[in-house]
Design a protein around this ligand. Structure first.
Ligand SMILES: Nc1nc2c(ncn2[C@@H]2O[C@H](COP(=O)(O)OP(=O)(O)OP(=O)(O)O)[C@@H](O)[C@H]2O)c(=O)[nH]1
Ligand SMILES: [Mg+2]
Length: 448
């Protein structure tokens, strides 16, 4: 990382200020060459007022923050130029920096440098990204815990426990003649490994809740035409977002909205009513609805209280066999005609008259076990990458247990444990490959 990178760190648009960030060994020198004041020997962590100039012509009036490494985000020398907001001026300053020797930063490259220079580990870097993308208070707090290293220490604790077992085995192998060393029996190792296994299981189980808190539940509202799907969506979110009419087939294309309650986010998708139809546009909508069912984590299947079940309803039931679904029987303000004796997970509502809508919330909590969700300590492993590794770790731990049961030689067990220790290191980025890093950091925005 000999080169010095620069990028616009604020969103590009018209605003009160914009920030251009520079990081690398030549940061001070390059900015100095386009700044009206000499900052080559100023103290670290100081702010300087002046002008960005090009050939003696003022480009903008700015504040330049000089932060010398290693006490900076990237550990390198970092300069931040606070300019007057505006697309043209901001771009002009960036252009000047590039002309004077900076390279345009790639997405996430500042954070990548922070990682490579050892200031943050991989889970902390992922936390930075989550923090930027967080949409709710809980998601923000969770991301902040990750940035502050709480997820890292959860993984480090597992690694330390493993390291202790490994070193005990090693001492037993290498110095069997020492009497003051506790002899590790297979039983001892097994019970210590079981503790690690149950910790991994707990982290993985809880990660599902973390996922829900972070990203919400993808929830599709499906059913035949005219049962009141769009009315339900509008009632849940408290605004008339989807068009409602008494004509069957009103919703042609899906409508998305977010419904937030008790720290839980439902990402709702109202779909076109499902039925056999010859109408081309409607039939495209119907195929889309069927696809949405496949992709959703939760289905709100809406039926009409005032109507008997039909062939179309049974077709939809068939699609829901392996899904989490709630049967919403709507229009309870009308006369009962439905035979619901064989249905399960029912909530009776009237979208029109706003009856029992809160019961849907309770059902969601029940279905996803959300009452037990921890919101006091929001340390969850939520990155898909980390989870995939932890699942591998769990498999490997089970293999070790089986090995112990089959009296596998202890030095072989030790090798397996070391592999697991390394694997856990991948989560926090102790070992990584370049391709993974590029993939991970490219998901950031430029300038972060
Ligand atoms: N009586 C009564 N009518 C309702 C209720 N909910 C919806 N409706 C009416 O049922 C009709 C259809 O409602 P929509 O919400 O458009 O139904 P939909 O399921 O989205 O229909 P499609 O988009 O055609 O699939 C409208 O006239 C609504 O006012 C209810 O709880 N009670
Ligand atoms: Mg509709």
């Amino acid at each position: 990382m000999d080169d010095t990178i620069a990028a616009i760190s604020t969103a590009l648009g018209v605003g009160a200020i914009s920030i251009i960030r520079v990081s690398g060994p030549q940061a001070i020198e390059i900015v100095n060459s386009i700044f009206s004041k000499d900052i080559s020997n100023v103290e670290s962590h100081t702010i300087h007022y002046g002008f960005i100039v090009e050939k003696n012509e003022k480009v903008d009036e700015v504040l330049v923050s000089v932060m010398k490494g290693p006490k900076t985000f990237t550990v390198e020398d970092v300069i931040e130029i606070n300019a007057h907001g505006g697309i043209n001026t901001t771009n002009k300053i960036l252009e000047l920096l590039l002309v004077h020797g900076c390279r345009l930063a790639e997405p996430g490259e500042f954070t990548k440098r922070a990682f490579i220079n050892g200031r943050i580990d991989l889970t902390e870097a992922e936390g930075v990204m989550d923090l930027i993308n967080s949409e709710t208070d809980v998601a923000r707090k969770m991301a902040l815990n990750q940035v502050n290293g709480k997820v890292s220490s959860m993984i480090s604790n597992l690694r330390n426990d493993l390291a202790e077992i490994i070193s005990n085995i090693e001492v037993n192998i290498d110095y069997p003649e020492y009497e003051d060393i506790k002899v590790m029996t297979v039983q001892d190792i097994k019970s210590q490994i079981s503790v690690i296994e149950s910790n991994i299981n707990r982290i993985l189980n809880e990660s599902q809740n973390g996922e829900i808190l972070k990203n919400g539940i993808k929830t599709a509202i499906v059913g035949k035409p005219n049962v009141g799907k769009s009315s339900l969506l509008n009632r849940l979110i408290g605004e008339d977002k989807a068009i409602v009419t008494s004509i069957k087939g009103t919703t042609r294309d899906s409508v998305e909205a977010t419904f937030n309650f008790d720290n839980i986010v439902l990402n709702l998708i109202d779909t076109a009513g499902i039925r056999d139809t010859d109408d081309l546009v409607e039939s495209i909508g119907v195929s889309k609805s069927l696809k949405i069912i496949d992709e959703a984590d939760l289905i709100l299947f809406v039926l009409n209280y005032n109507e008997e079940l039909t062939e179309d309803d049974y077709t939809i039931f068939d699609k829901l066999k392996d899904k989490n679904y709630i049967t919403i029987i709507n229009k309870i303000d009308l006369k009962k005609r439905i035979d619901d004796s064989n249905l399960k997970n029912i909530v009776y509502v009237s979208a029109l008259e706003d009856k029992n809508i809160d019961d849907i919330k309770d059902k969601v909590k029940e279905l996803f076990n959300l009452d037990k969700i921890r919101t006091d300590d929001l340390t969850y492993l939520t990155s898909a990458r980390s989870k995939a590794i932890l699942i591998k770790v769990l498999e490997a731990v089970k293999d070790v247990k089986n090995g112990l049961d089959c009296y596998m030689p202890i030095d072989m067990i030790e090798i397996d444990l070391k592999n697991i220790w390394n694997l856990l290191g991948e989560i926090i980025g102790e070992s990584y490959d370049e391709e993974l890093l590029d993939q991970l950091f490219s998901r950031f925005c430029v300038g972060k």
